[in-house]
Design a protein around this ligand. Structure first.
Ligand SMILES: Cc1ncc(COP(=O)(O)O)c(C=O)c1O
Length: 415
Protein backbone atom coordinates (compact mmCIF):
# COMPACT_ATOMS: atom_id res chain seq x y z
CA UNK A 1 0.00 0.00 0.00
CA UNK A 2 1.26 3.49 -0.85
CA UNK A 3 1.08 4.72 2.73
CA UNK A 4 2.15 8.24 1.94
CA UNK A 5 -0.65 8.85 -0.54
CA UNK A 6 -3.33 7.09 1.54
CA UNK A 7 -2.34 9.04 4.65
CA UNK A 8 -2.62 12.27 2.70
CA UNK A 9 -6.04 11.23 1.34
CA UNK A 10 -7.14 10.49 4.91
CA UNK A 11 -6.05 13.97 5.96
CA UNK A 12 -7.86 15.54 3.01
CA UNK A 13 -11.01 13.56 3.91
CA UNK A 14 -10.74 15.01 7.43
CA UNK A 15 -10.33 18.54 6.06
CA UNK A 16 -13.42 18.08 3.91
CA UNK A 17 -15.45 16.70 6.83
CA UNK A 18 -14.40 19.28 9.43
CA UNK A 19 -14.53 22.43 7.30
CA UNK A 20 -17.17 24.79 6.00
CA UNK A 21 -16.81 24.65 2.21
CA UNK A 22 -18.04 27.70 0.36
CA UNK A 23 -16.12 27.57 -2.93
CA UNK A 24 -19.04 27.75 -5.39
CA UNK A 25 -17.52 25.37 -7.95
CA UNK A 26 -17.00 22.57 -5.41
CA UNK A 27 -19.38 19.92 -4.12
CA UNK A 28 -19.53 16.49 -2.51
CA UNK A 29 -20.13 13.63 -4.93
CA UNK A 30 -22.13 10.66 -3.62
CA UNK A 31 -20.50 7.39 -2.50
CA UNK A 32 -21.97 5.73 -5.59
CA UNK A 33 -20.43 8.28 -7.97
CA UNK A 34 -17.06 7.78 -6.29
CA UNK A 35 -17.40 4.00 -6.40
CA UNK A 36 -17.88 4.08 -10.19
CA UNK A 37 -14.93 6.48 -10.55
CA UNK A 38 -12.71 3.98 -8.76
CA UNK A 39 -14.08 0.97 -10.65
CA UNK A 40 -12.63 -1.34 -13.32
CA UNK A 41 -13.94 1.05 -15.97
CA UNK A 42 -10.67 2.92 -15.52
CA UNK A 43 -8.88 -0.02 -17.14
CA UNK A 44 -10.58 0.16 -20.52
CA UNK A 45 -9.59 1.96 -23.73
CA UNK A 46 -12.58 2.96 -25.85
CA UNK A 47 -11.52 5.46 -28.55
CA UNK A 48 -14.53 6.27 -30.67
CA UNK A 49 -18.23 6.28 -29.80
CA UNK A 50 -20.75 3.57 -28.79
CA UNK A 51 -21.00 1.03 -31.64
CA UNK A 52 -17.98 2.55 -33.44
CA UNK A 53 -14.88 1.86 -31.35
CA UNK A 54 -11.28 1.43 -32.40
CA UNK A 55 -10.71 -1.23 -29.72
CA UNK A 56 -12.40 -4.57 -29.04
CA UNK A 57 -14.13 -5.49 -25.80
CA UNK A 58 -16.35 -2.46 -25.47
CA UNK A 59 -19.79 -4.11 -25.30
CA UNK A 60 -20.45 -3.16 -21.68
CA UNK A 61 -18.72 0.19 -21.98
CA UNK A 62 -20.94 1.02 -24.97
CA UNK A 63 -24.02 0.35 -22.85
CA UNK A 64 -22.68 2.53 -20.05
CA UNK A 65 -21.81 5.46 -22.32
CA UNK A 66 -25.18 5.17 -24.10
CA UNK A 67 -26.99 5.30 -20.75
CA UNK A 68 -25.04 8.43 -19.76
CA UNK A 69 -25.99 10.06 -23.08
CA UNK A 70 -29.69 9.15 -22.86
CA UNK A 71 -30.01 10.22 -19.22
CA UNK A 72 -28.24 13.54 -19.87
CA UNK A 73 -30.28 14.29 -23.01
CA UNK A 74 -33.51 13.71 -21.10
CA UNK A 75 -32.48 15.91 -18.16
CA UNK A 76 -31.23 18.82 -20.26
CA UNK A 77 -33.66 18.55 -23.17
CA UNK A 78 -30.98 18.58 -25.86
CA UNK A 79 -31.02 16.67 -29.15
CA UNK A 80 -27.46 15.38 -28.97
CA UNK A 81 -25.00 14.99 -26.11
CA UNK A 82 -21.29 14.26 -26.05
CA UNK A 83 -20.21 13.01 -22.61
CA UNK A 84 -16.51 12.51 -23.38
CA UNK A 85 -14.88 15.93 -22.73
CA UNK A 86 -12.23 15.50 -20.05
CA UNK A 87 -13.25 18.74 -18.33
CA UNK A 88 -14.85 22.13 -18.90
CA UNK A 89 -11.86 23.81 -20.55
CA UNK A 90 -11.38 21.08 -23.19
CA UNK A 91 -15.16 21.11 -23.85
CA UNK A 92 -15.11 24.82 -24.69
CA UNK A 93 -11.97 24.43 -26.82
CA UNK A 94 -13.65 21.56 -28.69
CA UNK A 95 -16.67 23.73 -29.49
CA UNK A 96 -14.35 26.45 -30.79
CA UNK A 97 -12.56 23.87 -32.91
CA UNK A 98 -15.86 22.56 -34.31
CA UNK A 99 -17.41 25.92 -35.19
CA UNK A 100 -14.64 28.45 -35.85
CA UNK A 101 -11.41 28.89 -37.77
CA UNK A 102 -8.22 30.33 -36.29
CA UNK A 103 -8.49 34.14 -36.41
CA UNK A 104 -12.31 34.29 -36.25
CA UNK A 105 -13.88 36.73 -33.80
CA UNK A 106 -15.31 35.31 -30.59
CA UNK A 107 -17.05 37.13 -27.76
CA UNK A 108 -17.22 36.35 -24.04
CA UNK A 109 -17.58 37.95 -20.62
CA UNK A 110 -14.34 39.34 -19.18
CA UNK A 111 -12.61 37.21 -16.56
CA UNK A 112 -12.60 40.18 -14.17
CA UNK A 113 -16.38 40.46 -14.61
CA UNK A 114 -17.04 36.79 -13.84
CA UNK A 115 -16.37 35.18 -17.23
CA UNK A 116 -14.18 32.13 -17.79
CA UNK A 117 -10.66 31.91 -19.21
CA UNK A 118 -11.87 29.73 -22.10
CA UNK A 119 -14.30 32.40 -23.33
CA UNK A 120 -11.54 34.43 -25.01
CA UNK A 121 -9.35 35.68 -22.17
CA UNK A 122 -6.67 37.52 -24.16
CA UNK A 123 -3.09 36.44 -24.87
CA UNK A 124 -2.49 33.64 -22.39
CA UNK A 125 -5.31 31.21 -23.22
CA UNK A 126 -6.05 28.98 -26.21
CA UNK A 127 -9.27 30.96 -26.83
CA UNK A 128 -7.52 34.33 -26.58
CA UNK A 129 -4.42 33.39 -28.56
CA UNK A 130 -5.90 31.75 -31.63
CA UNK A 131 -9.05 33.85 -32.04
CA UNK A 132 -9.75 37.55 -32.20
CA UNK A 133 -11.35 38.07 -28.83
CA UNK A 134 -13.93 40.72 -28.00
CA UNK A 135 -14.88 40.88 -24.34
CA UNK A 136 -17.89 42.40 -22.63
CA UNK A 137 -18.04 43.75 -19.09
CA UNK A 138 -20.61 44.07 -16.32
CA UNK A 139 -21.94 47.38 -15.00
CA UNK A 140 -20.80 48.77 -11.61
CA UNK A 141 -23.79 46.98 -10.01
CA UNK A 142 -22.36 43.70 -11.32
CA UNK A 143 -25.04 43.06 -13.96
CA UNK A 144 -24.71 42.53 -17.71
CA UNK A 145 -26.21 45.40 -19.72
CA UNK A 146 -27.83 43.50 -22.61
CA UNK A 147 -28.39 46.64 -24.69
CA UNK A 148 -24.69 47.46 -24.54
CA UNK A 149 -23.83 43.88 -25.37
CA UNK A 150 -26.14 44.05 -28.39
CA UNK A 151 -24.34 47.18 -29.62
CA UNK A 152 -20.90 45.61 -29.11
CA UNK A 153 -21.97 42.51 -31.02
CA UNK A 154 -23.36 44.59 -33.91
CA UNK A 155 -20.09 46.54 -34.10
CA UNK A 156 -17.73 43.57 -33.90
CA UNK A 157 -19.84 40.79 -35.50
CA UNK A 158 -18.40 37.77 -33.68
CA UNK A 159 -18.81 34.29 -35.10
CA UNK A 160 -19.31 32.82 -31.63
CA UNK A 161 -20.77 34.31 -28.45
CA UNK A 162 -20.33 32.70 -25.04
CA UNK A 163 -23.09 33.16 -22.48
CA UNK A 164 -21.67 31.67 -19.33
CA UNK A 165 -20.05 32.66 -16.09
CA UNK A 166 -17.94 31.55 -13.21
CA UNK A 167 -18.54 34.42 -10.78
CA UNK A 168 -21.83 36.05 -11.76
CA UNK A 169 -24.48 36.13 -9.02
CA UNK A 170 -27.53 36.97 -11.13
CA UNK A 171 -29.91 35.07 -13.41
CA UNK A 172 -28.62 34.94 -17.01
CA UNK A 173 -31.21 36.13 -19.52
CA UNK A 174 -30.67 33.51 -22.21
CA UNK A 175 -33.62 34.81 -24.23
CA UNK A 176 -31.90 38.18 -24.58
CA UNK A 177 -28.59 36.47 -25.40
CA UNK A 178 -30.46 34.53 -28.10
CA UNK A 179 -31.89 37.69 -29.65
CA UNK A 180 -28.44 39.33 -29.65
CA UNK A 181 -26.78 36.33 -31.33
CA UNK A 182 -29.62 36.05 -33.87
CA UNK A 183 -29.25 39.75 -34.75
CA UNK A 184 -25.83 39.04 -36.29
CA UNK A 185 -26.17 35.34 -37.12
CA UNK A 186 -23.61 34.26 -34.50
CA UNK A 187 -23.35 30.88 -32.82
CA UNK A 188 -24.48 31.10 -29.20
CA UNK A 189 -22.86 28.81 -26.65
CA UNK A 190 -24.29 28.62 -23.13
CA UNK A 191 -21.59 27.47 -20.73
CA UNK A 192 -23.71 26.43 -17.75
CA UNK A 193 -20.88 24.82 -15.79
CA UNK A 194 -21.79 26.63 -12.59
CA UNK A 195 -25.56 26.56 -12.79
CA UNK A 196 -26.22 23.19 -14.44
CA UNK A 197 -27.64 21.71 -11.21
CA UNK A 198 -29.92 24.73 -10.80
CA UNK A 199 -31.09 24.42 -14.42
CA UNK A 200 -31.82 20.69 -14.08
CA UNK A 201 -33.53 21.25 -10.73
CA UNK A 202 -35.68 24.10 -12.07
CA UNK A 203 -34.04 26.83 -9.98
CA UNK A 204 -32.61 28.73 -12.99
CA UNK A 205 -34.18 29.16 -16.45
CA UNK A 206 -32.83 26.75 -19.05
CA UNK A 207 -30.82 28.13 -21.99
CA UNK A 208 -31.85 25.24 -24.27
CA UNK A 209 -34.66 26.99 -26.23
CA UNK A 210 -32.46 30.00 -27.03
CA UNK A 211 -28.94 28.75 -27.71
CA UNK A 212 -27.25 26.49 -30.25
CA UNK A 213 -24.81 24.63 -28.03
CA UNK A 214 -24.65 23.97 -24.28
CA UNK A 215 -21.41 23.14 -22.49
CA UNK A 216 -21.06 22.27 -18.84
CA UNK A 217 -18.75 20.77 -16.30
CA UNK A 218 -20.27 17.91 -14.32
CA UNK A 219 -18.55 18.29 -10.94
CA UNK A 220 -20.02 21.54 -9.64
CA UNK A 221 -23.73 21.97 -8.85
CA UNK A 222 -24.51 18.68 -10.65
CA UNK A 223 -22.49 16.75 -7.99
CA UNK A 224 -21.02 14.35 -10.53
CA UNK A 225 -17.44 13.34 -11.38
CA UNK A 226 -14.87 15.82 -12.74
CA UNK A 227 -15.77 15.97 -16.42
CA UNK A 228 -17.84 17.87 -18.95
CA UNK A 229 -20.54 17.59 -21.60
CA UNK A 230 -21.39 19.29 -24.88
CA UNK A 231 -25.06 19.40 -25.91
CA UNK A 232 -26.55 20.36 -29.26
CA UNK A 233 -30.01 21.94 -29.23
CA UNK A 234 -32.85 21.83 -31.77
CA UNK A 235 -32.18 25.51 -32.47
CA UNK A 236 -28.50 24.68 -33.07
CA UNK A 237 -29.33 21.97 -35.61
CA UNK A 238 -31.70 24.20 -37.60
CA UNK A 239 -29.26 27.16 -37.42
CA UNK A 240 -26.51 24.92 -38.82
CA UNK A 241 -28.81 23.68 -41.59
CA UNK A 242 -29.63 27.29 -42.57
CA UNK A 243 -26.12 27.63 -43.93
CA UNK A 244 -25.62 24.13 -45.23
CA UNK A 245 -24.13 22.32 -42.22
CA UNK A 246 -26.13 19.11 -42.10
CA UNK A 247 -23.97 17.28 -39.56
CA UNK A 248 -23.55 19.61 -36.58
CA UNK A 249 -23.72 16.71 -34.11
CA UNK A 250 -20.93 14.89 -35.99
CA UNK A 251 -18.84 18.05 -36.13
CA UNK A 252 -19.00 18.33 -32.36
CA UNK A 253 -18.20 14.65 -31.87
CA UNK A 254 -15.27 14.83 -34.30
CA UNK A 255 -13.84 17.89 -32.55
CA UNK A 256 -13.88 15.94 -29.25
CA UNK A 257 -12.44 12.75 -30.76
CA UNK A 258 -10.16 12.64 -32.67
CA UNK A 259 -9.90 16.47 -32.81
CA UNK A 260 -8.74 17.20 -29.29
CA UNK A 261 -8.90 14.00 -27.25
CA UNK A 262 -7.98 10.35 -27.35
CA UNK A 263 -9.54 7.61 -25.24
CA UNK A 264 -12.57 8.68 -23.19
CA UNK A 265 -12.45 8.22 -19.41
CA UNK A 266 -15.18 5.60 -19.15
CA UNK A 267 -14.98 5.51 -15.34
CA UNK A 268 -15.91 9.20 -15.38
CA UNK A 269 -18.65 8.59 -17.94
CA UNK A 270 -20.11 5.76 -15.82
CA UNK A 271 -20.03 8.02 -12.75
CA UNK A 272 -21.73 10.74 -14.79
CA UNK A 273 -24.54 8.32 -15.69
CA UNK A 274 -25.03 7.75 -11.94
CA UNK A 275 -25.01 11.49 -11.22
CA UNK A 276 -27.62 12.08 -13.95
CA UNK A 277 -29.77 9.37 -12.40
CA UNK A 278 -29.45 11.02 -8.97
CA UNK A 279 -30.35 14.40 -10.48
CA UNK A 280 -33.49 12.98 -12.11
CA UNK A 281 -35.48 13.17 -8.87
CA UNK A 282 -37.71 15.36 -6.71
CA UNK A 283 -35.00 15.27 -4.09
CA UNK A 284 -32.53 16.89 -6.48
CA UNK A 285 -35.07 19.57 -7.44
CA UNK A 286 -35.47 20.38 -3.73
CA UNK A 287 -31.69 20.47 -3.40
CA UNK A 288 -31.38 22.98 -6.27
CA UNK A 289 -34.00 25.28 -4.78
CA UNK A 290 -32.45 24.98 -1.32
CA UNK A 291 -29.06 26.09 -2.72
CA UNK A 292 -30.68 29.34 -3.91
CA UNK A 293 -32.63 29.90 -0.66
CA UNK A 294 -29.47 29.33 1.36
CA UNK A 295 -27.46 31.73 -0.81
CA UNK A 296 -30.10 34.44 -0.44
CA UNK A 297 -30.12 34.01 3.34
CA UNK A 298 -26.33 34.25 3.52
CA UNK A 299 -26.22 37.33 1.24
CA UNK A 300 -29.00 39.07 3.21
CA UNK A 301 -27.30 38.31 6.53
CA UNK A 302 -23.99 39.73 5.32
CA UNK A 303 -25.73 42.82 3.91
CA UNK A 304 -27.42 43.36 7.30
CA UNK A 305 -23.96 43.37 8.85
CA UNK A 306 -22.89 46.16 6.49
CA UNK A 307 -21.00 44.23 3.81
CA UNK A 308 -21.12 45.24 0.17
CA UNK A 309 -22.54 42.10 -1.42
CA UNK A 310 -23.10 41.49 -5.14
CA UNK A 311 -26.07 39.17 -5.50
CA UNK A 312 -27.63 36.90 -5.19
CA UNK A 313 -30.15 35.26 -7.50
CA UNK A 314 -28.32 31.96 -7.84
CA UNK A 315 -25.86 29.86 -5.84
CA UNK A 316 -23.08 32.41 -5.31
CA UNK A 317 -22.24 35.96 -4.28
CA UNK A 318 -19.26 38.29 -4.32
CA UNK A 319 -18.33 40.21 -1.16
CA UNK A 320 -16.24 43.37 -1.38
CA UNK A 321 -13.85 43.11 1.59
CA UNK A 322 -11.80 46.23 0.84
CA UNK A 323 -9.34 47.24 -1.84
CA UNK A 324 -6.88 44.41 -2.58
CA UNK A 325 -7.82 42.57 0.64
CA UNK A 326 -9.54 39.50 -0.83
CA UNK A 327 -6.58 37.15 -0.47
CA UNK A 328 -5.82 38.23 3.09
CA UNK A 329 -9.43 37.57 4.13
CA UNK A 330 -9.54 34.21 2.28
CA UNK A 331 -6.35 33.10 4.06
CA UNK A 332 -7.72 34.16 7.46
CA UNK A 333 -10.97 32.29 6.78
CA UNK A 334 -8.96 29.17 5.95
CA UNK A 335 -7.27 29.43 9.35
CA UNK A 336 -10.77 29.35 10.83
CA UNK A 337 -11.56 26.27 8.70
CA UNK A 338 -13.85 28.16 6.31
CA UNK A 339 -12.93 27.76 2.64
CA UNK A 340 -13.67 30.46 0.05
CA UNK A 341 -11.67 31.88 -2.82
CA UNK A 342 -10.49 35.44 -3.31
CA UNK A 343 -12.03 36.99 -6.40
CA UNK A 344 -12.26 40.27 -8.23
CA UNK A 345 -15.46 42.26 -7.68
CA UNK A 346 -17.11 44.23 -10.53
CA UNK A 347 -14.86 47.13 -11.59
CA UNK A 348 -12.29 46.07 -9.00
CA UNK A 349 -9.58 48.62 -8.24
CA UNK A 350 -7.25 45.78 -7.37
CA UNK A 351 -5.86 43.15 -9.75
CA UNK A 352 -6.30 39.39 -10.36
CA UNK A 353 -3.36 38.75 -8.01
CA UNK A 354 -4.62 41.28 -5.45
CA UNK A 355 -8.41 41.22 -5.75
CA UNK A 356 -10.78 43.10 -3.46
CA UNK A 357 -13.36 40.41 -2.93
CA UNK A 358 -14.19 36.89 -1.94
CA UNK A 359 -16.52 34.54 -3.82
CA UNK A 360 -18.90 32.43 -1.76
CA UNK A 361 -21.31 29.70 -2.83
CA UNK A 362 -23.77 27.34 -1.16
CA UNK A 363 -23.90 24.10 -3.27
CA UNK A 364 -21.45 22.06 -1.20
CA UNK A 365 -22.78 22.87 2.27
CA UNK A 366 -26.36 22.44 1.06
CA UNK A 367 -25.33 18.89 0.13
CA UNK A 368 -24.04 18.46 3.69
CA UNK A 369 -27.50 19.43 5.01
CA UNK A 370 -27.13 23.15 5.78
CA UNK A 371 -30.40 25.10 5.79
CA UNK A 372 -31.15 28.85 6.13
CA UNK A 373 -30.50 28.95 9.90
CA UNK A 374 -27.07 27.42 9.35
CA UNK A 375 -26.15 30.06 6.80
CA UNK A 376 -27.11 32.81 9.28
CA UNK A 377 -24.48 31.25 11.53
CA UNK A 378 -22.01 31.12 8.61
CA UNK A 379 -22.53 34.88 8.10
CA UNK A 380 -21.69 35.42 11.78
CA UNK A 381 -18.52 33.34 11.49
CA UNK A 382 -17.37 35.16 8.33
CA UNK A 383 -18.06 38.49 10.01
CA UNK A 384 -16.07 37.51 13.10
CA UNK A 385 -13.08 36.50 10.96
CA UNK A 386 -13.25 39.76 8.97
CA UNK A 387 -13.42 41.76 12.24
CA UNK A 388 -10.34 39.94 13.56
CA UNK A 389 -8.47 40.70 10.31
CA UNK A 390 -9.47 44.37 10.53
CA UNK A 391 -8.37 44.64 14.17
CA UNK A 392 -5.08 42.95 13.22
CA UNK A 393 -4.02 42.56 16.86
CA UNK A 394 -1.13 40.47 18.16
CA UNK A 395 -3.51 37.64 19.14
CA UNK A 396 -5.01 37.34 15.59
CA UNK A 397 -3.74 33.79 15.05
CA UNK A 398 -5.00 32.62 18.45
CA UNK A 399 -8.43 34.13 17.86
CA UNK A 400 -8.71 32.49 14.43
CA UNK A 401 -7.67 29.16 16.01
CA UNK A 402 -10.55 29.51 18.49
CA UNK A 403 -13.02 29.96 15.64
CA UNK A 404 -11.42 26.96 13.91
CA UNK A 405 -12.20 24.76 16.94
CA UNK A 406 -15.75 26.09 17.06
CA UNK A 407 -16.23 25.24 13.36
CA UNK A 408 -14.82 21.73 13.82
CA UNK A 409 -17.16 21.06 16.76
CA UNK A 410 -20.15 22.34 14.82
CA UNK A 411 -19.32 20.29 11.74
CA UNK A 412 -19.41 17.07 13.81
CA UNK A 413 -23.21 17.49 13.75
CA UNK A 414 -23.23 16.94 9.96
CA UNK A 415 -22.51 13.63 8.25
C1 LIG B 1 -18.07 28.65 -16.59
C2 LIG B 1 -16.91 27.69 -16.58
N1 LIG B 1 -16.51 27.13 -17.73
C3 LIG B 1 -15.48 26.28 -17.78
C4 LIG B 1 -14.79 25.92 -16.64
C5 LIG B 1 -13.61 25.03 -16.76
O1 LIG B 1 -13.79 23.83 -16.19
P1 LIG B 1 -12.53 22.89 -15.81
O2 LIG B 1 -11.91 23.51 -14.61
O3 LIG B 1 -13.18 21.59 -15.56
O4 LIG B 1 -11.62 22.88 -16.99
C6 LIG B 1 -15.18 26.46 -15.41
C7 LIG B 1 -14.44 26.10 -14.19
O5 LIG B 1 -14.41 26.74 -13.22
C8 LIG B 1 -16.26 27.38 -15.38
O6 LIG B 1 -16.64 27.95 -14.25
Amino acid sequence: MDKKIFELIKKEAGRQKEGIHLIPSENFASEEVMKVLGSVLTNKYAEGYPGKRYYQGNGFVDEIESLAIERGKKLLGVEHLNVQPYSGSPANSEVLMALAEVGDTICGLKLSAGGHLTHGHPKITFSGKFFRSVQYDVEPDGRIDYEKLGELVKETRPKIIFAGTTAYPYILDFKKFGEIADSVGAWLIADISHIVGLVIGGAHPSPVPYVHIVTSTTHKSLRGPRGAIIGVTKKGISFAKSFGILDLEKRIDRAVFPGMQGGPHENTIGALAVAFNEADSEEFNDYAHQIVKNAKTLADSLKEKGYKVFGTENHLMLIDVGKERGKEVAVALEKANIFVNSNMVPHDEGSPMRPSGIRIGTPAMTTRGFREKDFIKVADLIDRVCCEVNKNEANLEGNLAEIDIEVKNWMREFS
